[in-house]
Design a protein around this ligand. Structure first.
Ligand SMILES: C[S@@+](CC[C@H](N)C(=O)[O-])C[C@H]1O[C@@H](n2cnc3c(N)ncnc32)[C@H](O)[C@@H]1O
Length: 221
């Protein structure tokens, strides 16, 4: 189990934290449905428009290298949204068998054309695949959306499918200032804490894959 940032080449998001402070409870309830409003509604209720722009290509390259993946290997992206990373992993490694799973029917129904049939509706807590059937299982910014017990279950499922070959990235904060930014911005997370909180949870789940944190920053402008 190693701490490694496979999203080091992901562009930094601009976050106007103050804009999310109004109607927080209402917006949070809407966002947690993971429906159209969350993906393609306003920034107060989610992404504010979730469209493919190729930003996952460098991350896909880094994932390939990290897990030493080759054509014919199987990779699963848990919480894949519209399948942008699924698409880009296949783009950077033709012949790689990449699949995705997401709880959002809206995301699956509006996935990228290249991943139709590869992206399926489902819950991270019950991955409908045999033991040891993938060469890598990824879950980026998804596990924190489950409650604590669900998180443990999701991590155990990742471990079952690809023992020691997971990559999980979750929201975290390292100090009170980062915690406040997180609390002001967060819409969908149910489980969160410091990196040490997460390391303890990963251990409790028996997860032996790799991991990293999404630490929120405010918009510098
Ligand atoms: C912040 S988005 C991340 C999407 C993508 N991995 C990315 O990094 O761009 C969280 C995703 O997790 C999905 N999700 C939330 N709870 C889930 C669950 N229990 N099982 C599977 N997917 C879930 C949401 O529908 C959404 O697509």
């Amino acid at each position: 189990m190693v701490e490694v940032n496979l999203l080091v080449r992901y562009p930094r998001a601009k976050r106007n934290v103050k804009a999310r402070l109004g109607n927080k409870a209402e917006n949070r309830a809407i966002a947690m449905k993971f429906d159209k409003e969350y993906f393609d509604g306003t920034r107060e209720q989610g992404y504010g428009g979730y469209s493919y722009d190729g930003r996952w290509v460098p991350i896909a390259e880094d994932i390939l290298r990290h897990f030493n993946l080759k054509p014919g290997d199987r990779v699963l992206d848990v919480g894949c949204g519209k399948g942008f990373l699924v698409k880009d992993l296949m783009k950077v490694c033709p012949g790689l068998e990449v699949f995705g799973l997401d709880i959002s029917e809206y995301a699956v129904m509006n996935c990228e054309p290249e991943v139709i049939g590869r992206v399926h509706l489902g819950n991270a807590t019950h991955l409908p695949f045999p033991d040891n059937s993938f060469q890598a299982v990824l879950s980026i910014n998804t596990a924190h959306n489950l409650d604590r017990a669900g998180c443990v279950q999701a991590l155990q499922e990742m471990e079952r499918l690809a023992p020691g070959k997971g990559y999980v990235q979750v929201d975290a904060y390292r100090n009170p200032a980062e915690k406040q930014i997180f609390l002001d911005w967060v819409l969908t997370a149910r489980t969160y804490g410091t990196p040490q909180f997460w390391v303890d949870l990963l251990r409790e789940a028996g997860y032996t894959g790799d991991y990293y944190w999404t630490i929120l920053e405010t918009d510098p402008e």
